[in-house]
Design a protein around this ligand. Sequence first.
Ligand code: ZN
Length: 562
Amino acid sequence: MRMSRMMLKTLREAPAEAELVSHKLLLRAGLVVPVAAGIYSYTPFGWRVHRRIEAIIRQEMDRSGGQEVHLPALQPREAWAQSGRDRTMDPVLFRLQDRRERDFVLGPTHEEMVSLLAARHIQSYRDLPVTLYQIQTKFRDEPRPRGGLIRVREFTMMDAYSFDAGWEALDESYQLAYDAYFRIFERGGVPVIPVDADSGAIGGKDSQEFIFLTESGEDTILLCDGCGYAANAEKAEFRMPPPVEGDPLPLERVHTPGQKTIAGLANFLGVEERQTAKAVFYLADGAPTFVAIRGDLEVNEVKLTNALKATVLKAMDDGDVRRFGLTAGSAGPIGLKGMTIVADESVIDAPNLVSGANEDDWHLKNVNYDRDWKADIVASISLARDGDGCARCDGRLRERRGIEMGHVFKLGTMYSEAMDVRYLDRAGERHDTVMGCYGIGVERMLAAVIEANHDKDGIIWPKDVAPFDLHIVALDLHELAVSRALQEVEDALAGAGITALVDDRDDSPGIKFKDADLLGMPVRLTVGPRALSRGGIELRARRTSESEIVPIESLVGRLGTL
Ligand SMILES: [Zn+2]
């Protein structure tokens, strides 16, 4: 492809709104053009990269026994009512109606559609196992699209779904997808680690995310420096600091003027923060909920949502707090009525805690669970943080940032029950199929490839992702010897099936070399009078900057060894 005929514009500087390296380079190298928040058009150059990532995913999914299908993006709302997700995914659903006012959604994911398809084909155990996948456009009404292609509202996802005759068989399908994912990320040049992830309130068993560790990521990961245990913050288990022991003492009311925070209160009373009980208020699907947790800990809202079996959890605002008659800063579980009371495990065993008295500027000392109050739900709902002890060894958990690149999930029977994907076993008995689901976002992968493969001059595409195998810089093309040599090189490459982007523009060598570095093909060839006088063309590796002169007749052979 000759650049003089290609629709491609590079930029010297990235627009000011771009913060992430990948976002800057995507715009500077002209891969995408923003249309609206979280919505992009791809240029020919950008789309080539997109297609190459898709190709890697296809090859590896096919290799692991997956079968490609294509499911509709425009989906009847009733299917979402059938699975219950018109409620649980409500905030991110794009909805629309047809001319007969029937309700549709633009699919943010395809469990319903694939289940409807599978239900038509799976009848007996002989029809299992099956893994279906597709690479398709998804729509999510994200509240905060960000970071170029990291979080977008219209995106491409490879989503795969396995159907098995039991949990053990699912383990095998899951492992196949897991291994395929590692190969995909390796070929894309994105180093990932698997971390334990939350599988939600809706059942399911194991769930793991593939995380690319990078400071620019928006996910928080906890990694044990002892045993290597890794989990995302929502899921991470940790060793809680022990409570301050003691025999239960009589309840006591204390005047605490102006003490509204745990730190202030602990300081005022001369106790440690772990000797207090913190009150946190939520609306769980609209129902008022009171959470008591030890003062030195934070609430893990995902664990809390699961413990409550709630769909939408929202922290109460000042208006809600007043409406439910709560005393912010002095609230406590004793005497509280008219709401669900949740206790974190941390307040159950800790004796003689300080908690609010539900009266401004008053607290209670020596509050003891069971003796003085009881919760409706007791659960482990505290959040692991940097420096906490590992639950599995003596090591410490360290907090790292990362980007979630893929997710594998043992889904179980939730969708097969709701959407009727059943099979008959050998004895003729009906069972729900056991499902797994697996997803990789292509746009996010593209962004991560750049985050993981660049230098100050531009992108350095890994071989399997590069939009062209080579970048050819032609200098002094008006000289007959150069144009002949270029033709010879292009013919040799075409014969060997090697793709090249040829910079034949009427620009200075400086501009051409800068663009070659920015656009990032793994190998640059320079065809010009100086190299020709030295016996061939200059070959330069983008990643190492090592260069050599190669005679044209041995070029294809040399490229084969790179
Ligand atoms: Zn550990």
